[in-house]
Design a binder for this molecule. Structure first.
Ligand code: FES
Length: 181
């Protein structure tokens, strides 16, 4: 058995009782997802989204608890979470910026937009601002190539970005976030 297999086997022997870790709302939502899937295994991605919606990200403990609830190996859930880049396995900011890093966006001014965002927020890719408001991540094509450059924050897609419009969007979100506090 190689090192990675050993780690995976160790992970799968750890368990967290979902009843002690997940909230009733989370359990209800996950059970609902499982009830409309052909198998409980197929509900894995939706279960990860449920926990992320409630907690902002998916910790190891959450992963173990979902595994316990669905009866799906933790390593399998980890694989799903890794593949699906909208599942966050580390704490993130209030707003997660997914900036498209694919070819059409590169050809239409991504570099300028990226520089403006980095300078405005004073962070690099993979980092979160000190106030916890923004995390900056690169993303593969967001499907808005004819309206590039593009980014996604939450469920909103922002297109035809310029350095100025990108910063303006972030300023508006920051102001909106403050109004919510
Ligand atoms: S290349 Fe950026 S949205 Fe498709």
């Amino acid at each position: 058995m190689n090192k990675q297999e050993t780690v995976m086997q160790t992970i799968d022997t750890l368990t967290i009782d979902y009843q002690h870790y997940l909230t009733t709302a989370e359990i209800t939502a996950i059970e609902h997802e499982a009830s409309i899937m052909e198998t409980r295994e197929a509900a894995g991605i939706e279960a990860l989204k449920v926990v992320q919606d409630h907690r902002g990200w998916v910790s190891d403990e959450s992963l173990f608890a979902i595994s316990d609830l669905l009866g799906v190996p933790t390593a399998q859930l980890e694989g799903v979470a890794t593949f699906y880049n909208l599942i966050y396995r580390q704490p993130v900011g209030q707003y997660v910026i997914h900036l498209c890093d694919s070819i059409a966006c590169h050809l239409t001014g991504l570099d300028g937009v990226l520089s403006a965002i980095k300078q405005h927020l004073n962070i690099e890719y993979g980092q979160t601002t000190k106030d916890g408001k923004f995390t900056l991540l690169s993303n593969a094509c967001l499907g808005s190539c004819d309206k590039a450059p593009a980014m996604m924050i939450g469920r909103e897609h922002y297109q035809h970005l310029t350095p100025e419009s990108a910063v303006e969007i972030l300023q508006q979100l920051a102001a909106h976030g403050e109004a919510d506090e």
